[in-house]
Design a protein around this ligand. Structure first.
Ligand SMILES: NC(=O)C1=CN([C@@H]2O[C@H](COP(=O)(O)OP(=O)(O)OC[C@H]3O[C@@H](n4cnc5c(N)ncnc54)[C@H](OP(=O)(O)O)[C@@H]3O)[C@@H](O)[C@H]2O)[C@H](O)CC1
Ligand SMILES: [K+]
Length: 514
């Protein structure tokens, strides 16, 4: 799914108006009708008080259309105008007049003294600011936002939680609505997926507000949300006359005394994702561990007993996953430096190998084209330096990926793959996957995909998706706490099979948050 910038959404609105020979108010009416349908389907006339807070722009206008339609169907509606400016938009004014058809005179809020009474069993509709927010809110509006947040009423935000920019960090963390549900217009916004700003909503759903399909389809976006529809075309089918050589030889380089499990997990995941052959390159002490725990794997032992000391082998791998459990012992650092000088095979660089690169930045130039780096936030910070907020982090990572022509995967709740100034946000995975070895599994999967012929970017997008999907499937019957990295490996096969499942009729529940 494409994630449009605020500018692109305004362009889409203009294009819709031009092409369909319609008016912006008709668009607002359509959007409001869709919003009403959403509420009506769920509420079925229930008389729970609904408090609609409308700003004076088009976000507020949409709130007024929704309010009018709810009133028309006999709902228990209270409408407030958050009068933060006298520059009311044309469509706001039209709908401000129209709601009075129902003999409803919205209450004007214009200072901190007159906030309405609400009960925590009530529903709040937040239509204060949409994507037109362009500066810090005034103190009294901030107080109103804090008041709404403190009410604990179930809050549904229209388009975005008010106070949240689609493509920027809020100046004041308290001046943002904490929404339980965000009904976003047409497509979600980037800020929904980043750790610092994603917390302002529990769930979201995109409402089709009828924007010009041609504009939406032909416009390139910098950001994409990756789900089954996006990865299905990336899948490379297995050939009938294939042999194990067809799907490449993968090499996992890592391990140190006490950390051999990481290599076992990565090698096992690499196999499960479909590599033809797998070799683990480990220090001597891991020989029996590997051979016993993973009979399918071949093992090459380094001359070092407890740490990797000199990387040399006589095989020709198609891809190499390195760094997991490797440690940062001086002898290993030296071995990695020497290895990078001559290696031309694409690398998937994780964990300690990332830390070694971060302290020896000149080595980054020796990372071959078509390689992937998989840092978690702390490792990323060591590579690119500190950032002021998530958006700054993304800009810095984009510059880093460009400079070294590498694919960078920022691991997190919504793992983000960055390459060539584009962002691919993964939509699978769950908090149960924040567990020991989960990253080692991902490294193994990426290595196995590249060996099978996927290019680095495709392997990253597809691998991160499959990894998350395997974790999601594994979750059933386990729950967040019990999920382990081995469970993710055990469900890689199910994640593949799930790609080809006939789509079920979407239930309202399943539609939410996708
Ligand atoms: N099909 C669609 O996608 C439709 C979307 N719609 C909705 O429209 C909003 C965007 O509406 P817009 O009027 O552009 O913007 P807002 O309602 O978010 O904000 C209104 C104005 O408020 C001013 N502003 C911005 N920040 C502040 C602030 N901190 N304090 C005070 N005032 C502020 C700003 O105007 P200025 O001239 O004063 O800068 C905003 O323009 C979108 O989110 C959807 O909800 C429509 O329904 C049409 C269909
Ligand atoms: K809003």
């Amino acid at each position: 799914m494409k994630i449009y910038s605020a500018d692109q959404i305004y362009e889409a609105i203009n294009s819709t108006i031009e092409k369909n020979n319609t008016t912006s108010n008709e668009l607002m009416e359509f959007a409001g009708t869709q919003l009403f349908d959403w509420f009506h389907t769920r509420m079925q006339g229930a008389q729970v008080p609904i408090h609609i807070y409308c700003g004076i722009g088009n976000n507020g206008g949409s709130g007024l259309v929704l309010g009018r339609k709810l009133l028309h169907h006999g709902y228990n509606v209270h409408v407030y105008i958050v009068n933060f400016s006298d520059k009311r938009t044309k469509d706001f004014l039209i709908n401000y007049d129209r709601i009075k058809e129902f003999k409803v005179w919205p209450r004007l809020l214009s200072s901190g003294e007159d906030f309405p009474e609400m009960d925590k069993e009530d529903i709040v509709v937040d239509a204060i600011f949409g994507i037109g927010l362009n500066r810090e809110t005034s103190d009294w509006v901030k107080n109103l936002i804090k008041y709404i947040n403190a009410s604990d009423a179930y809050t549904v935000s229209l388009d975005v939680p008010s106070g949240l920019y689609p493509n920027d960090a809020p100046e004041d963390k308290e001046a943002v609505i904490e929404s339980n549900f965000t009904l976003t217009f047409q497509a979600p916004k980037l800020s929904f997926f980043l750790p610092e700003t994603g917390v302002y909503m529990q769930r979201w759903e995109a409402i089709d507000v009828g924007l010009d399909p041609e504009y939406l389809q032909t416009t390139n976006t910098e950001v994409q949300l990756i789900d089954t529809l996006e990865v299905l075309p990336l899948y490379i089918p297995r050939e009938k006359y294939a042999h194990k050589g067809t799907y490449g030889h993968s090499l996992i380089i890592g391990g140190s005394f006490g950390k051999m499990g990481a290599v076992t997990l990565a090698s096992s995941a690499c196999l499960r994702v479909g590599t033809g052959l797998i070799t683990a390159y480990i220090p001597e002490c891991g020989y029996t561990i590997l051979q016993t725990s993973l009979p399918e794997a071949m093992v090459i032992c380094d001359e070092g007993e407890k740490n990797i000391a000199k990387i040399q082998y006589a095989i020709e791998p198609k891809s190499i996953g390195m760094g997991i459990g490797m440690g940062t012992d001086a002898v290993t650092v030296k071995a990695l430096k020497a290895f990078l000088k001559t290696n031309t095979t694409p690398l998937i660089i994780d964990a300690d190998a990332l830390n070694i690169l971060a302290t020896n930045k000149t080595l980054l130039k020796s990372v071959p084209k078509g390689s992937i780096l998989t840092p978690h936030p702390k490792e990323l910070e060591r590579l690119i330096g500190e950032w002021t907020d998530d958006f700054d982090k993304i800009e810095k990572t984009k510059a880093f990926a460009k400079k070294y022509d590498a694919v960078v995967i920022i691991k997190g709740a919504n793992t983000i793959t960055i390459y060539d100034n584009h962002l691919y946000i993964n939509n699978t995975g769950n908090p149960g996957m924040a567990t020991a070895g989960s990253g080692d599994v991902l490294t193994g999967m990426l290595t196995g995909l590249i060996s099978q012929g996927y290019d680095a970017l495709t392997a990253a997008i597809f691998g991160v998706y499959l990894h998350g999907k395997a974790g999601d499937i594994a979750l059933t019957g386990l729950g967040y706490q019990a999920l382990t990295a081995s469970d993710i490996i055990d469900h890689i096969g199910d994640a593949y099979l799930d790609l080809f499942k006939e789509p079920e009729e979407p239930s309202a529940e399943a539609e939410e948050n996708r």
